[in-house]
Design a protein around this ligand. Structure first.
Ligand code: GLY
Length: 278
């Protein structure tokens, strides 16, 4: 049975749903959230699923001035205990970053801290890891200057980075793909192709899902070996089961309505000394 990198998933930083969440940017999966009570209940269930599966969860308070602030994944990248603070690709989201950055810098003070500046733009949701191979989406939120700054960090850490062009009808790389294990990649037909990712290491498998299950392609592999999947995507669910992994199905309808996928709601990290693979 394939496993997830335990060292990436000791902790998750999440952020509570703000009162302003109905104003969240929504251009792709949804036309905007409408039911904030349901959004909060779904977010609570998501947090509980992480807790129940070996992940220590920290919840930052919401900032009601930032409707998208629950989507913390975009605000910082943590790789093996090193932190990259991108300049978020949408101007309305830049002000979400300081409390996320402050928290991570406190937790991960032993690692390298890199801050993007100048013309560089990147949302953390454009970074995908498959074992020791990294992919970055070139998207409406992540530009070439941002990719080059990310590459500097990954070069320093000795990792390969490949660029994947994100189609116009999608937001981020992790909105439409995921690596539920270190050797499995889920992508949606009509959005991405296996060739977009180049030759993968031996033992890796690309699972191409039907286009109508594009939202379901975002999954989260957990330290227990279970995989969180969004409700309503039967091929994704059946694929996880066929891989010998136990799916944990969550209703994400009001998170999806704000263009948020499963991964958007967390930053996973481990604290110094917990990186087993180093
Ligand atoms: N609503 C998430 C985003 O557009 O960034």
């Amino acid at each position: 049975m394939a496993t997830v990198r335990l060292d990436q998933k000791r902790h998750a930083l999440v952020r509570a749903v703000p009162d302003s969440y109905p104003e969240a940017l929504a251009r792709f999966f949804g036309s905007g959230p409408t039911d904030i009570a349901t959004a909060r209940a779904q977010h609570q269930a998501y947090r509980q699923a992480l807790l129940d599966n070996g992940v220590e969860v920290t919840v930052l308070p919401a900032d009601h001035a930032y409707p998208d602030c629950i989507f913390v994944e975009d605000q910082a990248v943590v790789i093996d205990g090193h932190v990259l603070l991108p300049v978020p690709g949408h101007p309305s989201r830049v002000g979400e970053q300081p409390p996320v950055a402050d928290f991570l810098v406190r937790q991960l003070h032993g690692g390298r801290l890199c801050r993007m500046d100048g013309e560089a733009r990147m949302d953390g949701g454009d970074l995908l890891r498959l074992g020791n191979l990294f992919f970055v989406g070139r998207s409406t939120r992540t530009n070439d200057a941002g990719i080059e700054e990310l590459r500097l960090l990954l070069d320093h850490l000795g990792y390969e980075l490949r660029v994947v062009d994100i189609p116009e009808n999608a937001l981020h790389l992790t909105s439409i793909s995921s690596t539920p294990t270190d050797t499995d990649l889920f992508i949606p037909e009509g959005y991405l192709t296996p060739e977009d990712f180049g030759p993968l290491p031996e033992g890796c498998t690309v699972h191409v899902m039907p286009a109508e299950e594009v939202y379901g392609c975002s999954t989260i592999g957990l330290p227990t070996g279970r995989v969180i999947v969004a409700e309503g995507y039967p091929t994704v669910l059946a694929t996880v089961e066929a891989m010998g992994l136990e799916p944990l199905v969550l209703d994400m309808s009001e998170i999806r309505a704000g263009d948020g996928s499963l991964t958007c709601c967390s930053i996973f990290y481990s604290t110094p000394g917990q990186n087993e693979s180093e």
